[in-house]
Design a binder for this molecule. Sequence first.
Ligand SMILES: NC(=O)c1ccc[n+]([C@@H]2O[C@H](COP(=O)([O-])OP(=O)(O)OC[C@H]3O[C@@H](n4cnc5c(N)ncnc54)[C@H](OP(=O)(O)O)[C@@H]3O)[C@@H](O)[C@H]2O)c1
Length: 295
Amino acid sequence: MKFSGHSNTAHTVGIVGTGRLASALGALLSRRGDTVSVIAGRNLEKARKTAHFAGVKEAVSIPELPPRANHVLIAVSDDALPFVAPSLAAAGLRASIVLHTAAAAGPAALAPLREQGNATGVLHPLQTIPTAERGVDTLPGSAFAYAGDAPATAWANELVVSLGGKPLAIDAQQWGLYHAAAVFASNYHVTLIDSALELLEQTGLSRSVALEALAPLVQASVANTLSLGPERALTGPISRGDTSTVQAHRSALANRPSATRSLYAAAGLRTLALALRSGLPAQAARELNAALEAL
Ligand SMILES: NC(=O)c1ccc[n+]([C@@H]2O[C@H](COP(=O)([O-])OP(=O)(O)OC[C@H]3O[C@@H](n4cnc5c(N)ncnc54)[C@H](OP(=O)(O)O)[C@@H]3O)[C@@H](O)[C@H]2O)c1
């Protein structure tokens, strides 16, 4: 259905959600002068707390939102979207602009609202937000991916500018790839560090000493990768074509859980592709490949 809405009327912004991202976005938008009129949540008490944190006057239940906002930002758990979108549609949300923040769901998740004449899209911060307070600190300056109908992407751009972020247009068909990239850069990075901790604990170090010891290495590796690019930042046995070291690691890891051994092998094979781009000779790559496959 074609969008038939509010391009000439004032924005009244409502946020659906009472969690970390909803709270951080609400607080930032309010502080930067955008008027967020209302916070809506399934739990009214939590909606009131979020509104207080964000400096927003009104808190309502989700079905009460539609008459109060013509620009709606939905920041609920990914698996709640199939309930929240139809619930807003059933409550009469029409001719509005609606964005959601769940990259895994992509732009299609708001189909029930689009069918009711709303312009819909997705706006996803490429950032990790463990608490609302951390989100308030880190969202400004972050990239925000967006896709959707033209009025929705126009509002998404306005929001990103207002939040001090960097807009990132992503093709609606490519959200799965975009989100997998975010998982690599954030979640799996955490997993790699946790794997290193597991091995250091096996050497006899306490977890806290090991974490502190890893910090300068991790920070330098990330800084080098971001400033020099992966090809120039890569060091270590695979970049040197050192097959005997990889074979020694295979023996050292023999008694570790299979998930740790598989991760070492998979990360090693992917590192091999990077090392080849950085100039590793093909013969050395074949030998390393065999050693890693043997894991
Ligand atoms: N946190 C991050 O790092 C991050 C980064 C980028 C994007 N996002 C996206 O932001 C969205 C929210 O994430 P979050 O981290 O802010 O989550 P969160 O802190 O866990 O909050 C989840 C919110 O969803 C609500 N909710 C859950 N099930 C519901 C249902 N069936 N009906 C109505 N509301 C429901 C919760 O309400 P109750 O409190 O009542 O349960 C809560 O308000 C997700 O789409 C996530 O993918 C998060």
